[in-house]
Design a protein around this ligand. Structure first.
Ligand code: AMP
Length: 283
């Protein structure tokens, strides 16, 4: 695996691969990598792409300074995991490389309704930051396929819209890959390493709530299930921010289950100082 820190070096490598007829798969991350991330790299490699993974903790998508300051950094372990997953290139830029003229100068996108709900409502400015960095990375890498995790469901919708706004849909296809979970159902996340042992022991409740939202379809109204989930989480010491049901396609928020509609359940909660999100597309 080759490591590039400079855009020009990465671009030079990319142009050689593209001239050689290789397809490029791209996996943007913020590092502190785990099996969720390497599943994306593995999928890109398995689909025959020369695969680029970026590790960049993007300051503009953090609305909470403490979250940014405490974001785990594990560069040595990341390199080992990526090499083992068959990644061809690790792109590891500094902040000045990605934002040479400062944060405000970097092109920003608006996502309308999508950035007004759920994560957008709870984390003002978050998706603006995501749009800035993913837009910049897509301009640099120009991948044939962009691999992202369903774990960040709303982010996938935002990036789909970003690709549309950038008019690159004919060049770059978004591939959404399933959420990788721990044995108790907890979605793998870099932030899980910040949980204490006792917090970690109860964190599986989030997935249990998602499964119960799925299983109570047609049995209880969603408002009742939502309250049960919030009560259960609170009883265990979590502080839920939302337990929501939405159209799986456009994320229209729903008051109740609708038969014949493809739906997704989404949860965000604090556990101590750690904020966790997860979702489940209902069967
Ligand atoms: P992050 O480093 O948290 O920005 O995540 C980088 C990419 O990995 C995003 O597309 C995430 O959705 C994806 N990802 C994070 N956790 C998981 C997981 N548990 N399963 C699958 N994909 C994940």
């Amino acid at each position: 695996m080759v490591i590039f820190k400079k855009i020009n070096d990465l671009k030079e490598w990319l142009s050689i691969q593209k001239k050689d007829g290789k397809t490029i798969g791209f996996v943007p991350t913020m590092g502190a990598l785990h099996r969720g991330h390497t599943s994306l790299v593995g999928l890109s490699v398995a689909q025959g792409n020369h695969t680029v993974c970026s590790v960049f903790v993007n300051p503009t998508q953090f609305n909470d300074k403490e979250d940014f300051n405490k974001y785990p950094l594990t560069p040595e372990a990341d390199i080992a995991l990526l090499a083992a997953a068959g990644c061809h290139v690790l792109f590891l830029p500094a902040v000045e490389e990605m934002y040479p003229a400062g944060f405000e100068a970097q092109k920003a996108y608006s996502f309308g309704y999508l950035e007004s709900i759920l994560e957008g409502a709870k984390r003002p400015g978050h998706f603006k930051g995501v749009g800035q960095i993913v837009g910049r990375l897509l301009e640099i890498v120009e991948p044939n396929k962009l691999y992202m995790g369903q774990k960040d469901y709303q982010q996938c919708q935002v990036v789909k819209d970003l690709i549309r706004q950038m008019s690159i849909g004919d060049k770059t296809e978004l591939m959404v890959s399933p959420t990788v979970r721990e044995a108790d159902g907890l979605a793998m996340s870099s932030r899980n390493t910040r949980l204490t042992e006792s917090q970690r022991a109860i964190a599986g409740i989030i997935y249990q709530c998602l499964v119960s939202i799925q299983s109570k379809q047609g049995i209880s109204p969603f408002s009742v299930v939502e309250k049960e989930c919030k009560d259960l989480m609170e009883a265990k010491g979590l502080a839920p921010e939302y337990v929501a049901l939405a159209d799986a396609g456009d994320l229209t928020l729903l008051d109740d289950y609708e038969s014949g509609r493809k739906m997704v359940a989404l949860i965000a909660t604090k556990l101590g100082s750690v904020r966790l999100i997860d979702n489940l597309v209902l069967e």
